[in-house]
Design a protein around this ligand. Structure first.
Ligand code: SAM
Length: 246
């Protein structure tokens, strides 16, 4: 059944009123008809099975048939600080990261990013990123949409150590501390900030700065992973270690 995120205000008792791009998607793209059923997600953890009643030009009205609580959010909030990547690789990170269980995405401007300044990230690109996250979250049945924060400079990001959590920076130069060990040392962490470099990796100055702010360098194993692979591997390993996957 198709799932759609809506605002909680769209639900009134056993009725839902949908407007905006959802109408176009339901009517023109999916060509749904009155009587068809959809699942609505209100981004607070509630899901609703709803039967379409009327489909007009600007509005879709639906009747709520069932409501339940979704239990699909991970026990730890992983914030992925991903170095900005070339072409569509960043899109891929957002899509797969949303499916796997990232809670917050922060596009990171690091020294070796191809993008030169924060102003080079266009509004259109950020809007596309938002859409990718919503579609992936609907497909994956996330209870809560991952947050996309504004692009951030590496130095500022290092200051954002999470309360009740830890910050990790996978670095291929780290030979002694593995990801598992770092997680095992913080078993009650409720939030993990995870820094992944761009294609060229982090500079040694960036690693030194991160360390000085309490961000812990870790290894992801003996092979060098592509930047877009490294984040997905690290998030999967973190959630697996904390009992969220399988
Ligand atoms: N410049 C590096 C090189 O060519 O040797 C590669 C950087 S890698 C493509 C991009 C990012 O992925 C790194 O900054 C790091 O965060 C992460 N990464 C990839 N492989 C890793 C590994 N084996 N251990 C830790 N981090 C890794």
């Amino acid at each position: 059944m198709h799932r759609f995120f809506i605002s909680p205000q769209a639900i009134h008792d056993d009725r839902a009123i949908l407007r905006g791009t959802l109408v176009h998607q339901i009517r023109d793209v999916l060509r749904m008809r009155p009587g068809d059923e959809i699942v609505l997600l209100d981004n607070t953890g509630a899901a609703y099975r709803a039967e379409l009643v009327t489909i007009d030009r600007d509005t879709v009205r639906a009747r709520i048939a069932d409501k339940w609580k979704l239990e699909t959010e991970p026990p730890v909030r992983v914030a992925l600080y991903q170095g900005l990547l070339k072409g569509q690789k960043f899109d891929w990170v957002l899509q797969k990261g949303t499916e796997i269980g990232v809670s917050v995405f922060v596009p990171l401007l690091a020294e070796r990013c191809i993008v030169g300044s924060l102003d080079d990230v266009s509004d259109a690109r950020v809007e596309r990123w938002d859409r990718i996250i919503v579609e992936a979250a609907e497909q994956a049945g996330r209870a809560v949409l991952p947050n996309l924060l504004p692009p951030t400079l590496f130095a500022h990001a290092c200051d954002q150590t999470p309360a009740n959590g830890l910050a990790l920076i996978p670095h291929e130069g780290e030979k002694s501390r593995g990801l598992r060990e770092a997680i095992a040392n913080a078993p009650r962490a409720k939030a993990i900030n995870l820094f992944i470099g761009p294609e060229g990796g982090f500079t040694e100055d960036e690693i030194a700065l991160a360390k000085s702010k309490g961000v812990i360098p870790v290894s992801l194993g003996p092979r060098i992973l592509r930047a877009e692979t490294a984040g997905m591997v690290a998030v999967s390993a973190i959630l697996y270690e904390l009992g969220d996957l399988g």
